[in-house]
Structure formats: structure tokens, C-alpha cells
Design a protein around this ligand. Structure first.
Ligand SMILES: [Zn+2]
Length: 145
């Protein structure tokens, strides 16, 4: 009986981006890769210095490689809000540490996928990098996590 019950299709759940605190807002599927536009689900509007409420000024886009689906690289374009505190003028970016390490080029799921590919499935580094759509020379790749 259990296998007759379906949830509504949800790309954020399917790609496990909800585990990373991200929600898919758009998709662009091309022959050799797919791009998912994401927003960060958590609010982060309180000033870390004085505790007052910050004002969202603008957003910047951070690009991350995510785990591939069907060997097609999946690239994330994450919209990150920038806030400014009205009281003390402190500025900060919306926290996305659940999704990736600072300055990382891979999402946390992509790092796991790469390690599983290398250790469990004995893929070559070049094959893993190709599936992720990243250069294997990148520093992130030598020291994941
Ligand atoms: Zn402040």
C-alpha cells in the first residue's frame, strides 16, 4: 500500500537541496548541464554586532556545483541577500553555511557525492570532476570539506 502514496513533485526535495537550507526557484536545463536558481530558506536579518534588524540592500549570486543527476552537471546559482544594520552600519551576507563552506565551489552534497564516487565506486578524479562540471585542478577538489 505504501508505494501507492505519492507526494507532490518538489524539485528542492528531489535534489536534496532542502537539507542544505536551499529552495529551488527556477531551472534551466541544457544538453550538457542544468542550472538551478536557489534562494536561502533561513532568514538572517538580525545584526551580529548589535542585534538590531538589518535591511536587505541587494543580492549577490554565488555559484556552486551540486551533485549531478544522470551524470549531467547540476550548477546552483544561489541568491544571497546582503544586509546592512541601520543602527551600527554593520554589513553582512545571508548565512549559507548549511549549503557549503565559505569560498567552496561545491555544495556539501556535491562533496559527499564526490567522496562516495572516489571511495565506494572507485571513479577517477577526472570522471568525478567531469560529472560535477568543475576543474579537478581547483583547490577545493584536493581538500574537500
Ligand atoms: Zn547593528
Amino acid at each position: 500500500m505504501a508505494n501507492t502514496i505519492f507526494d507532490r513533485p518538489d524539485l528542492s526535495v528531489f535534489t536534496r537541496l532542502d537539507d542544505l537550507g536551499l529552495e529551488v526557484t527556477g531551472q534551466r536545463v541544457e544538453a550538457d548541464h542544468a542550472v538551478l536558481a536557489c534562494r536561502i530558506t533561513g532568514e538572517d536579518r538580525w545584526c551580529r554586532r548589535c542585534g538590531c534588524q538589518g535591511i536587505s540592500r541587494d543580492t549577490v549570486v554565488r555559484r556552486l556545483a551540486h551533485e549531478p543527476y544522470g551524470w549531467r552537471p547540476t550548477i546552483l546559482h544561489v541568491s544571497v541577500r546582503r544586509y546592512r544594520c541601520e543602527t551600527c552600519a554593520h554589513v553582512w551576507r545571508q548565512d549559507m553555511s548549511q549549503a557549503a563552506d565559505p569560498r567552496a565551489k561545491l555544495s556539501r552534497a556535491a562533496v559527499r557525492w564526490a567522496l562516495t564516487g572516489l571511495v565506494v565506486h572507485h571513479l577517477t578524479v577526472a570522471r568525478v570532476a567531469q560529472a560535477l562540471g568543475v576543474s579537478w585542478k581547483s583547490r577545493q577538489y584536493c581538500c574537500p570539506g
